[in-house]
Design a protein around this ligand. Structure first.
Ligand code: ZN
Length: 271
C-alpha cells in the first residue's frame, strides 16, 4: 500500500519532468568565406609566416523547444552574392544572408529569441540587426567597445532601439537547464565567449568562437597577434581544452573549413 502510494507519487513527479524535456536541434549556417593571403597574424610566435588559407565563417541556430538562439551573425548582409575588396590580408565573400537561409527552414527573424555573439569582430556581428526583436547576449566589454566604434550600427536595435541586451559576466546558462551554456573565454577580445550545446543524440558540442581559428592553431596554441590579451587567451585555451576532454565534446572551430562536416549539411539539423 505504502509502496503503491510512493510509486504513484514518484510517477506524478517524473511525468511533468519528462514532458518538459525540450526538443533540441542545431543547424550550421553559412556566414561567409575569408581568404587569408598571409596567416602571420594568427600567431605572435611566427608559426605561419607567408602561409595562405581559406577560412569559413559559420553561424549556428539552436532550437530549444519553442525558443531559438542564433550564435554569431557572420559577415555583413550587404555583401550577399559578392566578394569585398581585400582588407589587409583578408578577402571576404558571402553567398546568402542569414534571414534567407532561415526562411528555408521556416524560421522567421522574429522567432529568434536570443542572438548570442562570441565577440564583437565584424565577421561575427555583420547581420545582428536583422534580428531586432531578439535579446542580445554579449560580453559586457565587447558591447561597450562596439557602442563607440564604426560597427555601432550593427547593434542599432540594442543601442538605441530599446531591444533587450544581456551583458554577460562569466558563464551564462541560457535556458536554465544546462543544455546551452555560454562560456566565458576572454583573450581574443575582452568579452570573448564560446558556446556549449548538449544535444540529446549528438552529445556535447563546443563552438570555439575565435578562441581558435583553424586546426593547427588549436594544436599549437597559436595566439593571434591582434588578440586583446595573451595571458587571458592562454587561460581560456587551458579551460576550453579541459572542458572538451572531460565532456568528450565534439569541438567545432567556427572558421575551420575541415570542421564544416562535423554537423549535418544545412538544412538538416543535428539533434
Ligand atoms: Zn572571426
Amino acid at each position: 500500500m505504502i509502496y503503491g502510494a510512493a510509486a504513484l507519487a514518484l510517477a506524478a513527479l517524473a511525468a511533468p519532468a519528462a514532458a518538459a524535456v525540450p526538443h533540441m536541434q542545431m543547424w550550421r549556417l553559412d556566414c561567409g568565406s575569408i581568404d587569408v593571403a598571409d596567416l602571420d597574424v594568427f600567431s605572435d610566435t611566427f608559426l605561419y609566416v607567408g602561409q595562405k588559407k581559406t577560412l569559413t565563417d559559420s553561424c549556428y541556430l539552436i532550437r530549444h523547444g519553442e525558443n531559438y538562439l542564433l550564435w554569431d551573425t557572420g559577415l555583413p548582409g550587404e555583401l550577399a552574392g559578392k566578394t569585398a575588396p581585400p582588407s589587409g590580408p583578408f578577402t571576404m565573400s558571402l553567398k546568402a544572408r542569414l534571414v534567407d537561409q532561415l526562411a528555408r527552414i521556416n524560421v522567421k527573424p522574429e522567432q529568434v529569441n536570443f542572438v548570442g555573439i562570441s565577440h564583437n569582430h565584424g565577421d561575427h556581428i555583420g547581420q545582428a540587426s536583422d534580428f531586432p526583436k531578439a535579446t542580445l547576449l554579449i560580453g559586457g566589454e565587447d558591447f561597450a567597445a562596439t557602442k563607440t566604434s564604426e560597427n555601432a550600427g550593427r547593434f542599432a536595435p540594442w543601442i538605441k532601439g530599446g531591444a533587450k541586451v544581456q551583458e554577460t559576466k562569466g558563464d551564462l546558462d541560457v535556458f536554465g537547464d544546462g543544455s546551452v551554456v555560454i562560456l566565458d573565454m576572454p583573450g581574443h577580445t575582452e568579452g570573448h565567449q564560446s558556446l556549449l550545446v548538449r544535444l540529446p543524440r549528438t552529445g556535447p558540442v563546443l563552438l570555439t568562437g575565435d578562441l581558435y581559428h583553424f586546426t593547427e592553431n588549436m594544436e599549437k596554441h597559436g595566439v593571434p597577434s591582434f588578440n586583446a590579451d595573451r595571458s587571458d587567451t592562454l587561460g581560456s585555451i587551458d579551460r576550453f581544452d579541459a572542458i572538451a576532454r572531460s565532456l568528450k565534446a565534439r569541438v567545432i572551430i567556427q572558421h575551420e573549413v575541415r570542421d564544416i562536416g562535423k554537423l549535418p549539411a544545412f538544412p538538416t539539423p543535428a539533434e
